[in-house]
Design a protein around this ligand. Sequence first.
Ligand SMILES: Cc1ncc(COP(=O)(O)O)c(C=O)c1O
Length: 288
Amino acid sequence: MTKPLMAYVNNGFVPLDEAYVHIEDRGFQFADGVYEVVACFGGAYLDLEPHLQRLQRSCEAIAIDLPKSLDELQALVQQAYAKNPFDDAMVYIQVTRGVAPRSHIVKQKLAPTLVITVRELPKPSDEKLQAGATGITLPDIRWKHCEIKSIALLASVMGKQEAVKQGVDETFWLDTQNHVLEGCATNIFAVIDGKLVTHPLDHQVLGGITRDMVLAAAKSVNIEIQEREWSLDEVGVTECMMSSTTNAVLPVCYINQQPIGNGKPGAVSQKLRNILLQQLEDLRQSCA
Ligand SMILES: Cc1ncc(COP(=O)(O)O)c(C=O)c1O
C-alpha cells in the first residue's frame, strides 16, 4: 500500500505519523481505558457487533461513557478500514477516560479519547503452521506486582472512584484473609497496643518513600515498629494513618463507617505527622 496509513483520533482521520493524544491522557498515565481488536477479511468483519458490545460493557464496567453509539462506531470502523484497506486487517479500537491533570480521581466529566487504527493482520508462517506453536507456563502474575510503581493503575482508579462514590478519601486493599495491605495511592499503618504496625514489604505493597520516613520517625521517638500482617478487627487497634508523598502522614479515623479507636486523630499519628512536617519545613529552610 503506497498511501500513508490513516488513524482516527477523537474527531477525525489523520496520517498515522501525525496521530497523537495528549500526555495527560489517562490511558497514557493510568492505563485508564479499554480496547478491542476486530479482524476484517476483504471488508467483511468477523463478529464486529460482539466486539463493539464488549467494548461497551468494558466502558460501563469502569464508568466511561462510550463517546459514540454502537452504530456510529460501526460506521467509523468501516471508514477506518476504507482508508487502510488491507486484504486481511485488524482494526484496533481504544477508548480512554480522556485528558485531565494527573490525579487518580477525576473531578469533572471528561470527553473520552477514541482512537481507531488499522493494520495488516499478521499470518503465521508456513513453517509455524507445519511445526505448530510452542509455549511456556508461568504463575499468573496479573496483576500481582504492587511493589512495582507501574502506570497500569486502572484498579487503583477504580478503588478511588468507589471511595469518592462512598464519600471517603481512600480505599484500602485487603488480602484474602482480610489483612490490610495499602491504599490506592497510600501506605497504611495501625497503632496496635502502642506499636506501629504496617504490612511488610512484599509484592502486595509499594515500598512508599513516605512509609520509610514514617518508620524512621517512629524509631526516632522510640515507638516500637512491627512490619507484619494485621487486620482492622484485631484487638488493640487504636489508630490508623496513611502515608504518601502528597499527604505526608494523615490520621485515618473511620474505615467502612466504623471509628478507629475513638474516631479522632490519635496521639501517635499526630506525633508522627508533626515530625514529618518539621522535616519538610527543615528542607524548605535548607534552601532559603
Ligand atoms: C499503591 C501506592 N502505595 C503507596 C504509595 C505511597 O508512596 P510514596 O510514599 O512513595 O508516595 C503510593 C503513591 O503513589 C501508591 O500508589
